[in-house]
Design a protein around this ligand. Structure first.
Ligand SMILES: Cc1cc2nc3c(=O)[nH]c(=O)nc-3n(C[C@H](O)[C@H](O)[C@H](O)COP(=O)(O)OP(=O)(O)OC[C@H]3O[C@@H](n4cnc5c(N)ncnc54)[C@H](O)[C@@H]3O)c2cc1C
Length: 468
């Protein structure tokens, strides 16, 4: 049910944010009969109502009208503002973490369930929901074929990606690049498809286009102040779950004055900075056709050096922004749209970013690259150049811009209240009924797609709350 007005109900749980974390928790708790309310700043679209063109999708589905920048305007961030969160615009590529991440996270945080074995039951529960599909040779487009042939030649290891999707109708002419603007088929396993639409049937209330601006939490209840169409509404719950993502959750806590009590609030931000390079060919590549993202590097040497390569592409408006040219020169580059291949380097960056709010409560993110980050980037870009040369590109263009699509940290989990915000029971230190299990609790960058683990951690919190 979508609420239209002010509510005086005392909810068992209010969940702020509706991405992979919020969706998972809303579904699990509503299904057990708990009275739950989801509050989401963005609009509520269904498969038939998602924007139909790229410009509208950027403006209507993303924070900042498409792109936000760090305080120095060097790095661009992408995050969605819509019911379903960033899973509405993501590629839904879903990987478990490896031992390298769990060992690192355990050493940093002292959290004892950070092992592949202890997290396995939660991954399994989540995976059962997500209609997972591992791509095969026949599903590669020409961009992927060029990438894999060159990797084989250079002896770089690669693998087929695994995506949450039920029926993308690729064999009937559908091009999946459209799902970056919301899936029109309910095939992609976004939080909306996998969880929220099912939770609605179990009684979940949803307030969309509602910005939680401040929270006030004591041992008995939480009070949430929400801005809707310029007026303030209040909601109440026994337990409050923050699921606004790295930026949203951290910003809300900072705006609500938690910074004074939580010294680690806003720290340890990482983002997997991504760099895109293009090969121009003298034949059609049509990287935008079919499944546009099916393969990636899986090379132990790359993992050790701290980067991975993905075979990607972008729709024309997004792609046009990536080139450092104007006028005729830019036009010449864009003429090659159908003859371009594209490879992206994503690095496992240091968690030295900081999320702050200004006096007016606006977000201000600092994300300088460390020397180690730059080394990882350069090693990755060298591997990309080798691949593009080996695959026969007649020209190589490297975009000077870089992006953060995986926003992580700000409310890191851990046992030490000086170095973390959330304890191993997902409770904010000192607040027994305030919980977080979204991307903000990541203590460091995993170098692996984050969504599946966000859902697995939320599944663990759901189990704990249901037992309680
Ligand atoms: C283009 C793109 C492609 C990606 N591809 C992949 C991929 O293939 N695989 C993968 O694992 N990850 C991918 N990601 C990253 C992944 O989608 C995110 O890491 C994940 O969605 C984060 O989940 P979350 O629940 O923490 O937050 P989000 O999904 O960001 O959800 C947070 C929600 O909370 C809302 N919110 C925030 N603050 C407030 C507030 N104060 N009041 C009300 N609502 C609020 C936001 O509007 C948002 O809808 C991609 C990201 C992008 C941008």
């Amino acid at each position: 049910m979508c609420l239209a007005g002010r509510s005086f109900i005392m909810y068992d749980f209010v969940i702020i944010g509706s991405g992979p974390s919020g969706g998972n928790l809303a579904y699990n708790l509503s299904r057990q009969g708990a009275k739950c309310l989801m509050i989401e700043a963005g609009k509520f679209y269904r498969k038939h109502t998602f924007p139909r063109n790229e410009a509208d999708a950027s403006a209507q589905l993303y924070w900042g009208g498409g792109i936000e920048f760090d305080a120095e305007a060097r790095m661009a961030f992408l995050r969605a503002r819509v019911v379903g969160g960033t899973s509405i615009v993501n590629q839904c590529l879903l990987d478990r973490f490896d031992d390298l991440v769990w060992n690192d996270w355990q050493a940093r945080t002292g959290v004892d369930f950070f092992t592949a074995e202890k997290m396995a039951p939660y991954y399994e529960k989540v995976e059962k929901h997500l209609s997972l599909h591992t791509f095969s040779a026949a599903e590669r487009n020409r961009n992927a074929e060029l990438f894999t042939a060159a990797c084989d030649q250079l002896q770089y290891h690669w693998h087929y990606l695994r995506k949450g999707q039920s029926d993308c109708a690729h064999d009937r002419g559908n091009d999946c690049i459209a799902c970056l603007s919301g899936c029109h088929r309910d095939s992609k396993q976004s939080s909306l498809v996998a969880y929220i639409q099912k939770a609605e049937k179990a009684g979940l209330d949803i307030v969309a286009e509602a910005m939680a601006e401040k929270i006030d939490v004591n041992k008995e209840r939480a009070r949430i102040f929400v801005n809707r169409n310029g007026s303030t509404e209040e909601y109440y719950s026994r337990h409050l779950i923050l699921a606004g993502g790295s930026f949203g959750t951290t910003q809300l806590l900072l705006r609500s004055g938690f910074g004074e009590k939580l010294p680690a609030l806003g720290k340890y931000f990482s983002a997997h900075p991504q760099y895109m390079s293009f090969g121009i060919f003298d034949e059609p590549v049509n990287s935008h056709k079919g499944y546009f993202q099916t393969v990636a590097s899986k090379d132990a040497a790359f993992r050790q050096k701290g980067f991975k390569l993905e075979n990607v592409f972008a729709p024309p408006i997004s792609l046009a922004m990536l080139f450092n040219a104007t006028g005729k020169e830019h036009q010449e580059i864009m003429r090659n749209y159908t003859r371009m291949s594209c490879i992206e380097v994503a690095i496992r960056d240091d968690n030295t970013g900081v999320i702050r709010v200004t006096r007016k409560g606006k977000l201000s993110v600092s994300k300088p690259l460390t020397d180690a980050d730059k080394q990882k980037r350069d090693a990755g870009l060298e591997a990309v150049r080798n691949i593009l040369v080996a695959s026969g590109a007649i020209k190589i263009i490297q975009s000077p811009y870089y992006f953060g699509l995986h926003l992580m940290g700000g409310c890191a989990i851990g046992t030490d209240a000086q170095k973390s915000v959330v304890n191993p029971e997902f409770k904010v230190h000192g607040y027994p009924n305030l919980y977080i299990a979204d991307s903000s609790i990541y203590p460091a960058a995993p170098g692996i797609n984050p969504s599946l683990t966000i859902m697995a951690l939320s599944e663990k919190l759901s189990e704990q709350l249901i037992k309680h």
